[in-house]
Unconditional design. Structure first.
Ligand code: PLP
Length: 396
């Protein structure tokens, strides 16, 4: 007999995947150019030249038994040192290789942290709108996910609801900024307030409440907005990073966890991360791509196209009457749907206009829909008249 819970996860696709698959099928009928797919967050900008050059240089010049061989479970020493240095240069931190654990993208980073932390009865809090996979990751580790409702005016943290949801069972808070799906970047004020509450509540319940910072979109921020580096505000922070978006390498599955030395019982915390990686089989992230990101630690793909797309979509849609909080980063827009039921709204957009949008319900925020704009700018330009027709169906 299989595990019922796990079987359910394997059988039912996520809504995003279902819409994406629908688009592929529909494209075979009406042609790819007539489908306006804003469903999935697959970067459409190529990895930077540095990635290609580094791969070739490594493959042509280095010992193949080392390129493809095992590294230390927590990752190659030189790679971790190089990433630590790049973080220190950018964020004025003091990391060394001993603060880093190389992983297989952000999904693995989060799962390892949860595995390292969870005891029976533990609860994790996150803020709507949130990345739906958190529920799988938390429940997979044996924890319970508590979702704080969104502040839909700003998509910053709804602190009144947050404080009500913290209990003696709270093990950690999962934050994601720049955010998928709202695109919002948490301000420094938000982070300071969050850190203050966590310090107070850790004291009250006499155990640390950790922060898990899921930040695959860190570098994708616009208008010079600063994305605060959370270990500088709260010592008990695990940073879960991925190169999927910043270097456009989602298929290569590479990222890392930072465990800052200031964390309470640092040595035990780092050992627990190693244990989490071991139990989940996430030891030794892919060797070749460890080396690549070690050498391209300061590079990013050309993310300027995302800003162009954000401006076009945000300005275009708000002019048409859609209501939306202006995103400061990532590559998502999260407007209000034009009818209360976002699922019905997205169904209409899909079936009448071939606009593939994702309802906010799965992100814990009904009445909204997500547009992923890591697409060709020309797709947005051609989609605008359809968004106009869709708006006219409602805003007569
Ligand atoms: N966290 C968020 C908020 C994401 O949007 C994604 C992917 O889209 C992930 C985690 C997973 O990233 P990775 O591909 O690095 O596992």
């Amino acid at each position: 007999m299989f595990s019922e819970e796990i079987l359910k996860l394997g059988t039912k696709k996520s809504t995003i995947r279902e819409i994406f698959e629908y688009g592929k099928k529909r494209a075979s009928v009406v042609g790819k150019e007539n489908i306006f797919d804003f469903s999935i967050g697959n970067p459409n900008v190529p990895a930077p030249q540095c990635v290609k050059e580094t791969i070739l240089e490594i493959v042509n010049n280095e010992d193949p038994t080392l390129i493809h061989g095992y590294t230390s479970a927590q990752g190659d020493d030189d790679v971790r040192e190089s990433i630590a240095k790049s973080l220190n240069d950018r964020f004025d931190t003091k990391f060394t290789k001993d603060n880093l654990y190389m992983t297989v993208g952000a999904a693995a980073s989060i799962s390892i942290c949860l595995k390292a932390l969870t005891n029976v009865g533990d609860e994790y809090i996150t803020f709507a709108p949130y990345f739906p996979e958190y529920k799988c990751f938390v429940e997979g580790a044996g924890g319970k996910l508590i979702v704080v409702p969104a502040d839909i005016e700003t998509f910053q943290i709804n602190f009144i609801e947050f404080e009500k949801s913290i209990t003696e069972h709270t093990k950690a808070i999962i934050v994601n900024s720049p955010n998928n799906p709202s695109g919002i970047v948490y301000s420094e004020e938000t982070i300071k307030k969050l850190a203050k509450i966590l310090v107070e509540k850790s004291k009250e319940y006499n155990h640390p409440i950790y922060l898990i910072s899921d930040e695959p979109y860190r570098e994708i921020a616009y208008d010079g907005v600063k994305v605060p580096y959370l270990t500088k505000y709260y010592n008990n922070t695990f940073v879960c990073y991925s190169y999927s978006k910043s270097l456009s390498l989602p298929g290569e599955r590479i990222g890392y966890i930072v465990v800052p030395s200031e964390m309470e019982d640092f040595n035990l915390a780092y050992a627990a991360i190693c244990g989490g990686g071991r139990v989940l089989g996430y030891v030794n992230a892919p060797s070749l791509f460890q080396k690549v990101v070690g050498k391209c630690a300061t590079a990013t793909a050309d993310i300027s196209i995302y800003e162009t797309n954000r401006n076009l979509l945000y300005e275009g849609l708000t002019k048409l009457g859609y209501k939306c909080v202006k995103p400061g980063g990532a590559f998502y827009l999260f407007p209000q749907s034009l009818e209360a039921d976002a699922k019905e709204f997205c169904k209409k957009a899909r079936e009448k206009y071939d606009l593939l949008l994702v309802p906010g319900d799965d992100f814990g925020c009904p009445g909204h829909f997500r547009l992923s704009y890591c697409v060709q700018t020309e797709q947005i330009e051609r989609a605008m008249p359809l968004f106009e027709k869709l708006a006219k169906d409602y805003l007569k």
